[in-house]
Design a protein around this ligand. Structure first.
Ligand code: 8X3
Length: 255
């Protein structure tokens, strides 16, 4: 897909992988609809991108767990913004790193609601627009956690396994339409992911990336853009990507 003037919707765009995707799509001349829970940060990100690339951007304060608000935002988009060509389901993440028996039900509810329901609500609202516009690409930000479970990650691994299964099912159900579906499954990416996972404990978060060269948000955005810009007859179904010194969710070489 050529990205000039295409409309790209990105959830969780106020930082990390979502923000990197927003910047890279803007660089290619796409128009952006950005949403996140933290609107102040999102507006700053949008202003920075707009200044650099002179791109048209709509911003929405949106908690993707709120199905009513998701449908209101999408249904009430100005007409010319309804032709969304690309949806990047990036909102979500991990909360807690505990043995199953010690896990927090609040963390579990939030992970299930944002990673699974949020992805479903946005896709359900936007995919029909893509089908009627005869153009579309859904990119889900999954995780290596969805490829195989690891200790103290049962629920996070479960929600990312769901992202993979939903991506596969959606790809099947839209096979007779121009909509393509890609699930990107990163390993260790250094963003605020681990700070959130450890409920703000920066020291614990830093340890996750100690002794290795982690992936960056831009590395993941590169893959998202590569998948979307592939020729129309090419569908990259899934990409698993790790730092060179990571071989699985649990096998990591640290210096
Ligand atoms: C983030 C990567 O390795 O913490 O999804 O599961 S990992």
């Amino acid at each position: 897909m050529k990205l000039k003037n295409q409309i790209v919707f990105i959830s969780g765009a106020n930082s990390g992988i979502g923000q990197a995707c927003a910047e890279q799509f803007a660089e290619k001349g796409a128009k952006l609809i950005l949403c996140s829970r933290n609107i102040d940060k999102l507006i700053k990100v949008a202003e920075k991108i707009n200044k650099k690339y002179d791109t048209e951007i709509l911003t929405y304060q949106l908690d993707v767990r709120d199905r009513k608000k998701v449908s209101i935002v999408i249904n009430e988009l100005p007409k010319k913004w309804q032709k969304i060509s690309v949806l990047v389901n990036n909102a979500g993440g991990a909360l807690g790193f505990d043995k199953f028996q010690d896990g927090s039900l609040d963390d579990w509810d939030e992970m299930i609601d944002s990673n699974i329901k949020g992805l479903l609500y946005l896709s359900k609202a936007i995919v029909p627009l893509m089908i009627s516009n005869s153009k579309g690409h859904v990119v889900n930000i999954g995780s290596i956690a969805g490829v195989a479970a690891y200790p103290k990650g049962a629920v996070y691994c479960g929600v990312k396994a769901a992202a993979k299964a939903i991506s596969d099912g959606l790809r099947m159900d839209t096979v007779d339409t121009p909509v393509r579906v890609t699930n990107v499954q990163p390993g260790l990416v250094e963003t605020n992911f681990s700070v959130v996972r450890f409920h703000g404990d920066k020291k614990k978060a830093d340890n996750v990336y100690k002794g290795l060269k982690a992936l960056t948000a831009d590395d993941i955005a590169d893959i998202v853009l590569y998948s979307v810009q592939a020729p129309d007859h090419v569908q990259i179904c899934e990409v698993t990507v790790t730092p060179a010194s990571q071989a699985s969710g649990t096998v990591v070489h640290r210096k």
